[in-house]
Design a protein around this ligand. Sequence first.
Ligand code: NAD
Length: 352
Amino acid sequence: MLPFVYDALPSRVVFGAGTLDSLLDEVRKLGAQRALVLCTPEQRAMGADIVVRLGAHSAGVFDGAVMHVPTEVAAAARDKAQRLSADCCVAIGGGSTTGLAKAIALTSELPILAIPTTYAGSEMTPIWGLTEGGLKKTGRDLRVLPKTVIYDPELTLSLPVAMSVTSGINAIAHCVEALYARDANPIVSLIAEEGIRALAGSLREIVKQPDHLEARSNALYGAWLGGVSLGSVGMALHHKLCHTLGGTFNLPHAETHTVVLPHAVAYNASAAPGAMERIARALGARSAAEGLYDLAKSLGAPVSLQALGMKRDQLDRAADLAVQNAYYNPRPVTRDGIRNLLEDAFDGRRPQ
Ligand code: NAD
């Protein structure tokens, strides 16, 4: 076995149907008395339920979370936390809401209790992101890692099937890139492979029966493992491409991950055979790239960038941007190689 370094991330996880009932206890365990509740405008009702559950431990609600944490939204939320003398944040929602809690923690060190309702996985990572003037800046800082995470699958029953599928494939993407990360290690690889298996199996069930609580539990379990994978080791070409496409061409986050993943994997296949074997095994497929493409297609997800609203004349600029700053990838990143990859993803071709 090759030498490796394994950094465990310190967080407490409470998992299972009905575990939202432990919210007040968990807030008390953090030593907090005035929680600021965060949610999106669409999830106001969930935010209001959290306030009721917290009773006297609620300081108030900020219900303005939006995608990619614009700096002005972060400033307004930080201001509200300060005005209300909040001593912790309770974030209920997807990556956008967790991201807002992280923006508050970054400057105030307020502890976060996260209650994820999508499969994005941000709750398990020390990665923050802030967007100013259309440019998203990201960084790693342990102060933003949620101290406690309550995974209650009942809260995901309302996640529409199409969003469940793309959000779930977003989580699979974290697992996939963890398997060929520069700092990959046997522990995170175990987690990542199990994450792919749990997600692929449960998404197939959710598409047939969206209110299947056992399938919802397995998907959330896989999302957790995806979050741990993303938070523990570095990502590569796939995440770089999705960051570029989302930031510059305003493509939707989870859908872009869904379309690009089989093509990024096909690109890296020859350079990471061990990872490919594990991905294919977890999917029950002949090859990793084909398996990922077939999974997305069978779940009714978009498989082309064209379907997400990208234009063919944007591919050159996307390829230029994707090779601009050097970053780790198992196979060297070349302008021509990326341009071909993007063309395949644009047309939604099945990788060979
Ligand atoms: P999201 O948080 O933007 O949610 C999308 C929409 O779905 C919102 O309107 C939300 O209110 C709604 N929603 C969420 N859960 C629901 C439910 N159970 N029922 C009904 N509606 C629900 O989407 P996301 O994909 O979870 O997060 C994307 C963002 O998270 C991006 O900005 C991405 O960059 C970021 N992200 C960050 C990390 C990290 O580690 N920092 C990891 C993954 C994603």
